[in-house]
Design a protein around this ligand. Structure first.
Ligand code: 5RP
Ligand code: MG
Length: 218
């Protein structure tokens, strides 16, 4: 298994606040995400500003696109994103259009798995050229008490078997990581656990220590 990366999700309601946390955390994470909340609040400028602040990082536009895959992918990748998310409920045509634009930019589409989707959908995304998905426990589902369970782990394994690389997110903290020890995760995505911490760099170090203890060279 490869060693999972650490992704910082910025779901701030102000770009200035997001950029303050980026300054504290950019040297401690592998990937920086312009979160859905930040982008809905600040627009495309959020992606541009993060690209400028982090010239050497992978930048994700977490837009959870449901339609207009071509236009929105052009916008995201021209603004400096490397990866853009499309929601699993989007028509396959949207995924295909987004993927075509991604290829032109040497970029990638990630499918955001929320709610209803099937392994047949996952096979169709893979056949269309998609190689990444995000396994997501939504904020609201988490707040209403949804825990990670065996069903999640077996769906993650089935997605890996199809060939999709998985990022895992949704209120993830360093102490959650052992739950996923059998999963070949590409990245763990953390928002509130990092950006909301009293000492963000220390929490990032705890994520890396867990990642290396679980997935590092044995
Ligand atoms: C919510 C998201 C968040 O960016 C993702 O869940 C990470 O944030 P947190 O760790 O705070 O849950 O895409 O839809
Ligand atoms: Mg996000």
């Amino acid at each position: 298994m490869s060693i999972p990366l650490l992704q910082l999700a910025l779901d701030h309601t102000s770009l200035q606040a997001a950029q303050r946390d980026v300054a504290l955390l950019r040297d401690h994470v592998d990937i920086v995400e312009a979160g859905t909340i930040l982008c809905l609040t600040e627009g495309l400028n959020a992606v541009r500003a993060l690209r400028e602040q982090c010239p050497d990082k992978i930048i994700v536009a977490d837009w959870k696109v449901a339609d207009a895959g071509e236009t929105l992918a052009q916008q995201a990748f021209n603004a400096g994103a490397n990866w853009m998310t499309i929601i699993c409920a989007a028509p396959l045509a949207t995924v295909i259009k987004g993927h075509e634009v991604a290829q032109q930019h040497n970029a990638e589409i990630q499918i955001e798995l929320f709610g209803n989707w099937t392994l047949d959908d996952a096979r169709a995304w893979y056949a269309a050229g998609i190689r990444q998905a995000i396994y997501h426990r939504g904020r609201d589902a988490q707040a209403s008490g949804q825990q990670w369970g065996e069903a999640d782990l077996s769906r993650m394994k089935a997605l890996s078997d199809i060939g999709l690389e998985l990022s895992i997110t949704g209120g993830v903290t360093p102490s959650d990581l052992p739950l996923f020890k059998e999963i070949n995760a590409k990245a763990f995505i953390a928002g509130r656990a990092l950006a909301g911490a009293a000492n963000p760099a220390q929490v990032a170090a705890e994520f890396h220590a867990q990642i290396h203890a679980i997935w590092g060279e044995k």
